[in-house]
Design a protein around this ligand. Sequence first.
Ligand code: NDP
Length: 315
Amino acid sequence: MEKERVKCLIIGSGPAGYTAAIYAGRANLSPVLYEGLQPGGQLTITTDIENFPGYPEGINGTEMMEDLRKQAEKFGADVRSGIATAADLSKSPYTITIDEEKQIETEALIISTGATAKYLGLDDEKKYAGMGVSACATCDGFFYRKKVVAVVGGGDTACEEAIYLAGLAKKVYIVVRKSYLRASKIMQDRVLTHPKIEVLFETNAVGLFGENGVEGVNLVKRKGESDEENYSLPIDGFFLAIGHKPNSDIFKPYVETDETGYIITEGNSPRTRVPGVFAAGDVADPHYRQAITAAGSGCKAAIEAERYLSAKGLI
Ligand code: NDP
């Protein structure tokens, strides 16, 4: 298998990866960045980004990621397409296999592979992606002011997203497949007593419809043991809040992760328990999951990588 040795390897091309590449490039670490499965990351599937400081008019997610890539390349980052398919972090230099055909040996590694929002798996979710389907209320809620939206899920995220959306929308439905919410008691109380929120228990979303975007959702309500009722509701936005999956599988044998798979780092730093291996962005963040927080942690990871390489006398 083809082999290559680098000083600093960054995996993932969301705001965390690109910011790490900008900092590592400016620090003369000659970073190599592999873009991963979804070049540009989750922001490329959202609508406009209006909450990233510095863009008073908002910016399209894909455009912003292209700008970040250009900025990283300007400072010497080598941005490549390819997916990390295996990792050996048992000894330094660490080995990452790309596309099962090339091995990169690196002294410092920044894991910024992100997290993937879970979807129900309906064809309509793909059909209406960016046209009324979203997995991030903070990102897209603003577009649903005075409109009607549905949030799927019964956990804390679903309740939090529903409350956030209720501050903007006219009406929010929460679609819960069980007869109870899994969320914490305080969040349950908040959604159940909120005048704009209606919780639809024992209900599954099975499809969406609309001409130029989402105009409604098809639902199935379970009634007793074997009875079901099919009906539809007019909505303008369909939000998924059924959990995220951090993209950490290949690193799990080496770094510490929580029960969902989020990489656990040391305090507020991006340091993992493997020296020279850092985790930045959503792959290590079950809480905030914002572009700006990911970018901030990418910056920290590059600074840590520089200090690590410098302490080893490699730069
Ligand atoms: P959870 O796993 O807690 O909840 C997921 C919800 O989605 C559950 O109600 C689950 O239903 C439902 N669900 C999963 N798959 C499907 C499906 N295919 N169809 C329909 N419904 C589905 O995820 P969260 O993202 O809500 O929370 C993750 C963790 O983060 C939790 O520990 C949570 O407490 C924490 N968190 C804390 C917050 C805070 O403290 N402020 C805010 C947000 C999250 P079912 O119950 O039937 O499995």
